[in-house]
Structure formats: structure tokens, C-alpha cells
Design a protein around this ligand. Structure first.
Ligand code: B12
Ligand code: SF4
Ligand code: SF4
Length: 382
């Protein structure tokens, strides 16, 4: 058993993972209760697929793989070699994990090769199922119990070698492997992430309120971004790294051994030209972002986000593009463009808002236009 475990540990690294630990296939009782509490408190609101039954299934490995004995927890760093973010004037920011090509595909490909390699070594097939992010398992709960890392107060798994810049996956298997122990590390007195979160999404240590998180608003929210949240989103257009950027554990994080390829459409600095983003047709969007995590937000989502970021930047040079967005076929894009023009509020922006108010028939967009024109009126009286 020990020989097989050492082989697995070495082989996981060869297959392109940076971290590997093992936990048992026992139920995740405490994590299940924490997740169910989170749902009951409304802190997972907005994620309609994140249901109680999903949590139940995901915390009982036996339900996912009858006969499961062990869970091999894997971590892959996505820290770019150029760790320092460059200042990005006139551009919107993409969170680090999304600057590489879609990690689900890369990790699943590596996991498949990993499992096949174990079978070759054993000379027989094994029962195995593997998950990366999109499965029902609580990826962080498995990682914490295996000692791959420990829970930070921002709810991310922190690791001693790669900080929190790691993506998590698991192979559930019938192999009997000796489990590793959880780590004894904690955040101690530190609360930097809680203080730095611009939206107050970390409502208590180890608790993130989904709907207040910029990551949710810029990636998952299919409706309008709440108006009160928009100013706090700054220039993030996909995800948010603030609670990780401030984390001292990330100061000495190592880069990956076998990095996931950088997505050319985004680049290592994670800067997207917002005006260009606004003008993309569906076809242009697909051909540019296919194979990247950006696809998750869809074109409409990214154009909404681009409006919010441009509004926050008060970028007058973007007024023609935002005015053109007032004629988009998508009401959500028109609505967010109206908000952005209200933030900029120069004569050209006001003219576009007034014109649109005369022509617009959609009730939601009219409410955004009214709110934007109210802001303009208030600014005039200051
Ligand atoms: C839903 C989801 C989101 C939602 C909700 C976030 C959230 N906090 O749950 C949104 C869209 C906001 C999101 C954002 C992000 N996500 Co996300 N997300 C998920 C997903 C699909 C499920 C997470 C989940 O089950 N949440 C439910 C809650 C209950 O779980 P939890 O927050 O981890 O809470 C645990 C702790 O609070 C702990 N706990 C409770 N009390 C206490 C007390 C103590 C003392 C301790 C120690 C622990 C503890 O118990 C809870 C259950 O285990 C996972 C993939 C997966 N299948 O697991 C990825 C995942 C968590 N996300 C990931 C990433 C990378 C991100 C972002 C960094 C992306 C970005 N840059 O924008 C942000 C980080 C935001 C943040 N601070 O959490 C990674 C995290 C990797 C890591 N190192 O931890 C995951 C694991 C995907 C992956 N496979 O790599 N995400
Ligand atoms: S990802 Fe951003 S918004 Fe979400 S908890 Fe962290 S700092 Fe707050
Ligand atoms: S910033 Fe501090 S409190 Fe937050 S996760 Fe990092 S060490 Fe923990």
C-alpha cells in the first residue's frame, strides 16, 4: 500500500500537478452542514444549481462512486511567471485563474492520463471518477481534509508552497491508500482579506456571501448587477483576486512546474480592451474566447461588465462606444450602458441618454435610463 501511495504521489507530479495528497472516502459531515447552513442563510443565492441535494450527493463519496475507498486530491498552480500585475489604464481586469486556457479541460486531460498510468502500473483497471470544479464534490473540503492546504478566512484553500493560486481536483477511487492528515495551520489573527474585500462579501471568517462577491456578479449573474454594487466592482470584468492579492501567504508562492498555457485572447496581464469588448458580435466573441473560462460569462455578461468598468473609470473616450451600446439587441447591455453614461455624465453622454429615453420601450432599460438621468440631474445641482 505504501509503495503504491509513493508511486501515485510521484506520478501525479509527473502528470503535471503541483500538489497531491490523499484522504479517505468517508462522508464530509461538517462541510455538508456548513454548506447547508450557507444555503439556508441565503448566502448561496443566485446559484440555482447549488442545491441541497447537490451538497448531499457531493459530500457522500460512496454515492459518487460505489465502493470508493480513497480520494486523491490534486492541486495545480495558475500563478503566471510574471507575478506582479502591471497597471492597466483604460483596460478591464480578468482574474488570474482565467488568464490561462480553460483549466477544466487541462486538468481533466492530465487526470485521465494520471488514472490510466496508475492502471498501467497495476496491470489492471481501477474504479475511478474525477472532478474539477464542475462536479458536486466540495473541492476545498476534500483538499483541506487531505492536508493539501488549509481554509483561509476568505474561504480559499491556502497552501504552503503555492499560496491560494491553485485549482483543485479529485480522483475518487476504490484503491485503498493510507490517508494523509489535515494540516494544523490557520490564519491566526490576520483579517486582511476581510478588510480588503470592497463589497463586504466575506461576512464572517470562512463565510462568503455569494451575491456580494464580485466573482459571482461578473461571472455567474445572468441578470442585472445590483446598482449599489456596481461602484465597488472597479475595473474587474471577470472574477476578482483582491482577497488573494492581499493575503500574506501568497507572498512567497511558487509558480507551476507545468503551467497551463496562457490564453492568447487574454494574455498574462489579464487586461481586456473594454471598448473593443463592447463592439464584439456573437461570432467574434466566440472565435476570440472559445477555450477560455471567459465563455462562462457569455458575451452579454462580458459586455455588461465592460459597461460597469467603463462607468467606474469615468472614461469619456468610451462615450461613443457606450452610446452605441444603447442600441444593442440585448436589454441588459443597454441598461448597463445607461448606468455607465450616467456615471460619466459629460454633455455627449447626457445627449445619448436623453435620446435613448425617447426611443426606449423596454421597462427595465427605461428604469436604468431614469436612474442614470437622475444621477445626471443631481450632479448638475452640486
Ligand atoms: C460556488 C463557487 C464559487 C462561488 C461561491 C464562493 C464560495 N465561497 O463558496 C463564487 C462564484 C463567488 C466563487 C468565487 C471564486 N471561486 Co469558486 N467555486 C465555487 C464551487 C463551484 C463550489 C464552492 C462551494 O461549495 N461553496 C459552498 C461553501 C459552503 O463552501 P466554502 O465557501 O468553501 O466554505 C467552507 C468553509 O467555510 C468551511 N468552514 C466553515 N466554517 C469554518 C470554520 C473554520 C474554522 C474553518 C477552518 C473552515 C470552515 O466549510 C465550508 C464547507 O467546506 C467550487 C468548486 C467545487 N465544486 O467545490 C469553486 C472553487 C471554490 N472556486 C475557486 C476559485 C479559484 C474561485 C475564485 C478565486 C475565482 C476568482 N478569482 O474570481 C473566487 C474566490 C471567491 C472567494 N473568496 O471564495 C476554486 C478555489 C481554489 C482554492 N484555492 O480554494 C474552486 C475550488 C474551483 C476549483 N476546483 O479549483 N466560487
Ligand atoms: S473575490 Fe473579491 S469580492 Fe469576492 S470575497 Fe474576494 S475580495 Fe471580496
Ligand atoms: S488574508 Fe489573512 S485572513 Fe485572509 S486568508 Fe490570507 S492569511 Fe487568512
Amino acid at each position: 500500500m505504501q509503495e503504491l501511495k509513493s508511486h501515485i504521489q510521484t506520478y501525479a507530479i509527473e502528470c503535471g500537478f503541483d500538489l497531491v495528497r490523499i484522504t479517505s472516502a468517508e462522508e464530509f459531515v461538517e462541510d455538508r452542514n456548513a454548506a447547508l447552513d450557507r444555503i439556508a442563510a441565503g448566502q448561496m443565492d443566485g446559484l440555482s444549481w447549488y442545491t441541497e441535494s447537490r451538497v448531499q450527493r457531493g459530500t457522500e463519496p460512496q454515492k459518487l462512486l460505489p465502493g470508493a475507498n480513497s480520494i486523491i486530491c490534486l492541486g495545480l498552480s495558475y500563478l503566471p511567471s510574471n507575478y506582479e500585475d502591471q497597471p492597466t489604464p483604460h483596460l478591464g481586469k480578468v482574474a488570474r485563474y482565467a488568464r490561462v486556457r480553460d483549466y477544466h479541460r487541462t486538468m481533466k486531460r492530465r487526470m485521465k492520463a494520471f488514472v490510466r498510468g496508475i492502471e498501467t502500473k497495476l496491470g489492471s483497471t481501477i474504479k475511478a471518477r474525477w472532478y474539477v470544479d464542475d462536479g458536486p464534490m466540495l473541492d476545498r473540503a476534500a483538499a483541506a481534509r487531505s492536508g493539501l492546504g488549509w481554509f483561509g478566512k476568505n474561504t480559499n484553500i491556502l497552501t504552503a508552497t503555492h499560496g491560494s493560486w491553485i485549482l483543485l481536483g479529485q480522483v475518487i477511487t476504490d484503491l485503498q491508500l493510507e490517508p494523509d492528515s489535515p494540516l494544523k495551520k490557520t490564519c491566526g489573527e490576520c483579517v486582511r482579506c476581510i478588510d480588503a474585500c470592497p463589497t463586504g462579501a466575506i461576512t464572517a471568517p470562512y463565510v462568503v456571501d455569494n451575491a456580494r462577491c464580485i466573482s459571482y456578479q461578473t461571472i455567474e449573474n445572468r441578470g442585472a448587477i445590483p446598482i449599489d454594487m456596481r461602484p465597488h466592482i472597479g475595473d474587474w470584468v471577470f472574477g476578482c483576486d483582491i482577497c488573494q492579492d492581499v493575503c500574506p501567504v501568497n507572498n512567497k508562492a511558487s509558480s507551476p512546474m507545468q503551467p497551463i498555457q496562457i490564453a492568447n485572447a487574454i494574455g498574462e496581464s489579464g487586461s481586456l480592451n473594454l471598448v473593443e469588448l463592447l463592439s464584439l458580435s456573437e461570432q467574434e466573441f466566440l472565435s476570440r474566447f472559445q477555450g477560455t473560462s471567459i465563455m462562462r460569462a457569455k458575451r452579454i455578461g462580458m459586455q455588461k461588465n465592460a459597461c460597469v468598468a467603463l462607468g467606474n473609470r469615468r472614461e469619456e473616450s468610451a462615450v461613443p462606444a457606450l452610446s452605441a451600446a444603447l442600441t444593442s439587441n440585448e436589454s441588459l447591455v443597454r441598461g448597463h450602458a445607461a448606468w455607465a453614461l450616467g456615471q460619466i455624465a459629460n454633455p455627449e453622454a447626457i445627449k445619448a441618454l436623453e435620446q435613448s429615453y425617447e426611443d426606449e420601450t423596454d421597462q427595465y432599460v427605461r428604469s436604468e435610463l431614469t436612474a442614470a438621468l437622475d444621477i445626471v440631474a443631481r450632479k448638475k445641482h452640486l
